[in-house]
Design a protein. Sequence first.
Length: 226
Amino acid sequence: MSTFETPQETGFSSREARIIGGASALMAINVLLMYVFVVTPLAAINNYLFAVPIIGVLVYGAAIMGGEMIAERGVKGDNVGIAVVGLLILQLAFGIFGSGILSIAPRESQLMILGVTAIVVAALTAVISGYVYARSKTFESWGTGANYSFIGGVVAIAIGTVFQPVLLIGFLLIFLGFLLRLGWEVWRVRDERSASVALQTIGVYIAVAGVFVHVLQLVLRVVARR
C-alpha cells in the first residue's frame, strides 16, 4: 500500500498525538509542582538524602520504579485508583527532586531556569525522536543500554560517595540512561501500535522527566557561573 493509504503506519497518528499530549501534560504538572514545592520544606529533602549521595539515588530510584510499577499495575488491571496512586508517587518523586535542585537558585530566576530547561529538553526530545523516526530499525538495544547505564550510574555514585570525583561519572551515566530510555520509548510508540496508550504515555513521561531533572542541574550550573 502507498503512504497515503496507510497513514496510521507511516505518518503521525492520532494515537501518537494522544501519547505525546498525555506525557506533556504530566510533565507540565511536574514542572508546576517543582515551582510550588521549592518554597516549602519539601525542597530541603534533597539536602538530607544526598548528604550521602548513594542514599539519595536509591531512595529516588525506588520511588520512580515503585511508582511506575504501581501505575502500570493499575492500567493493566483497569483500576484507575491504583494507576492514579502510581502517578502521584512519580509526580511527587520528580517534583520534590526537581524542587530541591531549583532551590539553589534565587526565586526571581527560577521561572527563567525552568523555561530554559524546558526548551533544552524539548530540543533533545525532538532530536532523539527525529532520529528514531528516520531510521527503519529496532531500538531494542537502547532499552538494554539504558538499564546498563542506570546500573553503572548507581555503582559509580556508590563509589563516588567515598571518592567524590567519581560522582560526575555516575551523573553522566544516569543522564545517558534516561536519554537512551527516551529513544527506546519513542521507538515503542512508533512500532508497538497495539500496545496500551496509557502505558506508553507513562513510559514517555518518566523518560522525559528523568531527562528534565538532569538538564535542570546543568542549566543551574551554567547560570551559577555567570
